[in-house]
Design a protein around this ligand. Structure first.
Ligand code: GAR
Length: 189
């Protein structure tokens, strides 16, 4: 049995998709959803599935006695970032080397880095006239979007796409692949 934590900052549609997927898999348990935004919709989604939540602020994330302690107390083996918009602090990245993965809504190394999240990414991809976008699932280190890639999948950018239509296409890829990639990666370590 492996214990997973999900970190999210927003709507949490990926978090919900991951929770639903692993509800059918007794060998992986979602222990808790961690969230830095007190009114984020991901908290409602977690409650619907009886997954415990924890809301924290930046000093708590950086204090090893708080979030890292909670993760270790619950014997968390693996951390999944699903729309989590803060940089993970060194106290957590060093305790969880190769055991934190993130999903990014573009084909890294393009369109990554600080400030590149959600609709900002899709706006930049469309503005650059790209013909393709997609998803990147990667390990997390101390820099935004720079950890080693694990998996990518592509989708077209269509004429007339808006950030919303492109986001919807990219979200479909996320729902299709992220849970399976998490499962395979967790079983590897
Ligand atoms: C997802 O598209 C995810 O790839 C992106 O935020 C969205 C969250 O949606 N993450 C980033 O941009 C990280 N740089 P959700 O809250 O509905 O899962």
């Amino acid at each position: 049995m492996k214990n997973l934590a999900i970190f999210a900052s927003g709507s949490g549609s990926n978090a919900e998709n991951i929770i639903r997927y692993f509800a059918q898999k007794p060998e992986i348990c979602i222990k808790r959803v961690y969230c830095n935004v007190p009114d984020a919709y991901v908290l409602e989604r977690a409650k619907k599935y009886n997954v415990p939540t924890l809301v924290f602020n930046r000093p708590e994330l950086h204090n090893p006695e708080k979030i890292l302690h909670q993760l270790q107390e619950e014997k968390t083996d693996f951390i999944v970032l699903a729309g989590f918009l803060w940089l993970m602090p060194p106290c957590i990245t060093s305790a969880y080397t190769q055991r934190i993965i993130n999903i990014h809504p573009a084909l890294l190394p393009a369109y990554g880095g600080k400030g590149m999240f959600g609709h900002h990414v899709h706006e930049a991809v469309i503005a650059a006239g790209e013909k393709e976008s997609g998803i990147t699932i990667h390990y997390v280190n101390d820099h935004y979007d720079e950890g080693a890639p694990i998996f990518q999948a592509k989708c077209p950018v269509l004429p007339g796409d808006t950030p919303d239509t492109l986001a919807a296409r990219v979200h479909e890829l996320e729902y299709q692949y992220f849970p399976e990639v998490i499962e395979k990666t967790v079983h590897k370590f």
